[in-house]
Design a protein around this ligand. Structure first.
Ligand code: ATP
Length: 459
């Protein structure tokens, strides 16, 4: 009898190697060998980016398929073997977990997915679900924290907004951080592939598709549909040997991690939060190039920070002024010895700009020197030529602000997290042509062409 199943995996990698998506690719290979019908592309799910134990991007993977019930024992046994063989378990922070769901995803896991996007989930909560009336199996090594991400990945829906990522892998034994690639070919390909995004940061001149760690990912190409990322792949010049490739459907860059508005009193460390408030004093620069300001929300002052890596975004933050009303979005950093609990800003929207009235002229009309106040209603004296001006000699004007309401000010591509929705998507989505083909047939087509796509990269 045919039956639907979903496998979820997480936490198989470490800072020294491996990648959960690579292990998922090996499981897809295994399923192909045993013979199943895939129901979708494998799903690459990013969860709360502020989780402290993440290795890089807090990603988990799930794979949905239909197969004969009699094959599932072998599939489960062999999948566990792959987790045991390939997980980087010598590393203290690697805590692999794999979950097999029989039938449709358990609604409790769907709920876990929604919560895992922005909050911190306890491993006990997951084990309680998996141990009580759960239609499936689970396996973990060590504490099995990976069961959290594995379960959430099973519960994901990817119904409304989603993106694609094409990943090419090198031999996992290669640990050098540099990837050899023809950068110019990436820029040219990017310019001619409208529906692939985030390939290059043109403001800061940075290639974005190559990671910098010791993991097996050679490049990750992201886009609105399967076609755009495959096109990009075909256009770029590869300068290394490619081991294998995979195409994932994902929640990356859809910004699902701010579903809930928090007030100043509710925010908790490591949560992803959206907070409405008023700028309580003008932003200021500190050592290291970070820009800080306090925001008052529900009577509580919260520190907000645009850190140095957010580059040009800090200029927008510095345009803010006391009294501006905002909706800020970001991750909550716990208090340290030096700083209070702080929102690490990912973006902000201006709800209302404070009107600032400035006196004109600002400088001395005779010599352009600076004016010094002589006291309340006493007028001003020029510091340089000593010319004096009375109150009646001045006019007033509304100061022109460098920000506008209704605009989403966001961090640049080079600082973006996997879930951040880039501004370019607001535009491309308007002419985003959804493929009419069901995902299962699109993925089947990809698997059929997979060898040719690997072949094309031969150097
Ligand atoms: P990569 O992106 O390379 O796959 P990673 O950044 O995903 O690595 P992991 O090694 O998977 O990092 O570690 C993240 C850990 O956090 C996993 O054990 C996962 O189960 C757990 N986790 C994910 N989301 C949450 C959450 N919301 N609450 C608690 N734990 C979580």
């Amino acid at each position: 009898m045919l039956k639907e199943y979903t496998i979820g995996i997480d936490d198989t990698d470490s800072n020294y190697g491996m990648c959960t998506t690579y292990l998922a690719t090996l499981i897809v290979d295994l399923l192909e060998r045993i013979g199943v019908d895939f129901l979708d592309f494998p799903r690459l799910v990013r969860l709360n980016p502020n989780i402290p134990y993440k290795t890089r991007g807090n990603g988990a993977v799930s794979i949905k398929f239909i197969t004969e019930e009699k094959k599932i024992k072998e599939i489960w046994r062999e999948s566990i073997k792959l987790v045991e063989t390939y997980s980087d378990i010598d590393e203290t922070n690697t805590d692999p977990g794999i979950v097999l769901q029989s039938g449709k995803p358990d609604p409790r896991l769907q709920q876990i997915y929604q919560e895992a996007l922005y909050s911190v989930i306890k491993i006990e909560t997951i084990k309680e679900i998996l141990n009580k009336d759960f239609n499936g199996e689970y396996f973990h090594i060590k504490e099995g924290r990976g069961l959290i991400g594995a379960s959430a990945a099973i519960g994901t829906d990817l119904q409304s907004d989603y993106t694609f990522e094409f990943i090419a892998y090198r031999d996992p034994n290669i640990k050098v951080s540099k990837r050899l690639i023809d950068e110019e070919s990436v820029i040219l390909a990017d310019e001619s592939t409208a529906l692939s995004f985030g390939n290059y940061d043109y403001i800061h001149n940075q290639l974005m598709i190559t990671p910098h760690g010791p993991d097996p990912v050679y490049v990750g190409i992201r886009g609105e549909n399967a076609r755009s990322v495959i096109d990009m792949w075909c256009k770029i010049k590869i300068l290394e040997k490619i081991n294998t490739i995979m195409l994932f459907r994902s929640n990356q860059h859809t910004q699902p991690h701010f579903p809930k508005e928090f007030n100043g009193k509710e925010i908790k460390p490591h949560f992803s939060v959206k907070v409405r408030g008023t700028v309580n004093s003008d932003p200021y620069l500190i050592n290291g190039g970070h820009v800080l300001f306090p925001l008052i929300s529900d009577g509580k002052s919260i520190n907000c920070a645009a850190y140095e890596p957010t580059k040009i975004f800090r200029h927008f933050v510095r345009e803010l002024t006391t009294g501006d009303e905002l909706m800020v979005y970001g991750g909550v950093r716990p208090a340290s010895d030096e700083y209070p609990i702080t929102i690490n800003l990912e973006h902000f929207e201006v709800l209302k700009l404070k009107k600032i009235i400035s006196r004109i002229p600002v400088k001395c009309p005779q010599c352009n020197g600076s004016l010094k106040s002589l006291g309340m209603n006493q007028g001003f004296r020029c510091k340089r030529c000593k010319n004096t001006l009375k109150e009646k000699d001045f006019g007033y004007q509304l100061k022109k602000r460098g920000l506008r309401t209704g605009v989403r000010y966001t961090i640049p591509i080079c600082a973006q997290r996997h879930l951040t929705k880039p501004l370019s998507r607001d535009v491309t989505l308007q002419f985003h042509k959804m493929s009419k083909k069901p995902f299962e047939s699109e993925f089947r087509e990809f698997l059929i062409n997979r060898n040719d796509l690997i072949e094309k990269s031969k150097i």
